[in-house]
Design a protein around this ligand. Structure first.
Ligand code: HEC
Ligand code: HEC
Length: 285
């Protein structure tokens, strides 16, 4: 009896040590992903054209900055799941007041916070495909907004979020930026370059780096954009402006992003995206 008890004691002790080791591993692996500073590369920014500067405020809408960072970019709670994470899209008017253009560009295109932290959720992966003048025009548009509002609380990653990071299920943006750089969508020639560019910076966040499909939130699939090949232009315009697809089905995230962001695309831009996606679908068949 005493012997059996002793063995039971050893077993419990052994399991405790294992649990502690596992917890320590999760902690260190997630700290490595989250903590520490990321260097990044120096940003080159050039002066935008007058037309690009005038268009900056609209780009803040098309590209979703306002949807996530809130009205006037004054901050917004983006994601809150007990034990996973609380993530705010911060008040960018306050961030910009303290940061230089280099820091803002690194946050937008490299996924590195103005304090050097690797960012979460902020879709720098797709914004990494903006050119120098486009990035500078966005920064000017941020700086053009009145500074105000409150600072959002610091972001917090709980134990389940840490397990996700350690297991490689949740990614920080600098690693996503690298993945998107290595996986560019098909270049179909100069005739389709404008549409490819627009899709790269607006659709890749959810439909994947090459538009081959993605999973913008657990359990919600965004399809390969070959599906757009079946849309004629009026149907595609309706989808982009109202979130209603062919057949009038009810969509989830796509409905929100269309109504809130893509409804600010011009007709010419929607046509360019359509041209590219139809050509891409034709070549896939
Ligand atoms: C899907 C939501 C989402 C969209 C779209 C988005 N952001 Fe963010 N952004 C975030 C979140 C969340 C953070 C904070 C991430 C963190 O702290 O880990 C952030 C952080 C930032 C930061 C860094 C702030 C700091 O304190 O260092 C900048 C700058 C920024 N975003 C600019 C932009 C701009 C410009 C756009 C549009 C081109 C944009 N964001 C679009 C969610 C978003
Ligand atoms: C914020 C995430 C997100 C972004 C950004 C996004 N999509 Fe989607 N899209 C989805 C999801 C998710 C679906 C699947 C339907 C649903 O659940 O909303 C979808 C579905 C679609 C469909 C299929 C609709 C159908 O017939 O079922 C098309 C076409 C489409 N997206 C085109 C685009 C284009 C073009 C862009 C860029 C201009 C884009 N999407 C950007 C998330 C996104």
């Amino acid at each position: 009896m005493a012997k059996a008890l002793r063995w039971f004691g050893y077993l419990v002790g052994f399991l405790l040590v294992l649990a502690l080791l596992a917890a320590a591993w999760v902690w260190f692996a997630s700290e490595r992903a989250l903590g520490g500073k990321v260097e990044g590369v120096p940003e080159t920014l050039v002066t935008p054209t007058a037309a690009q500067l005038a268009d900056g405020p609209r780009q803040l809408r098309v590209m979703g900055c306002i949807s996530c960072h809130g009205d006037g970019l004054r901050g917004n709670l983006m994601f809150s799941e007990p034990n996973v994470a609380d993530v705010y899209a911060p008040n960018l008017t306050l961030v910009a007041a303290k940061a230089n253009d280099q820091q803002l560009a690194r946050a937008i295109r490299q996924g590195i916070g103005t304090d050097g932290r690797p960012l979460l959720i902020m879709p720098s992966s797709q914004y990494s495909r903006m050119d120098d003048a486009e990035t500078a025009a966005l920064i000017a548009a941020i700086r053009g907004l009145p500074v105000g509002g409150k600072q959002t609380p610091p972001n917090h990653v709980g134990p389940l979020g840490r397990i996700g990071l350690a297991a490689g299920k949740l990614h920080t943006q600098p690693s996503q930026v690298a993945r998107y750089k290595e996986n560019m969508p098909a270049d179909l020639g100069p005739q389709f370059a404008a549409g490819r560019k627009l899709a790269m910076v607006n659709c890749a966040e959810c439909h994947g780096p090459t538009f081959g499909g993605g999973e913008p939130k657990p359990g919600l699939k965004a399809p390969d954009l070959v599906v757009a090949g079946a849309y004629d232009l009026p149907e595609f315009k309706r989808l982009m402006r109202t979130g209603v697809p062919t057949g009038g089905r009810k969509l989830d995230m796509m409905a929100d992003v269309s109504r809130n962001d893509f409804s600010h695309l011009t007709d010419a831009e929607i046509e360019a995206i359509h041209d590219y996606l139809v050509e891409r679908a034709n070549r896939a068949n």
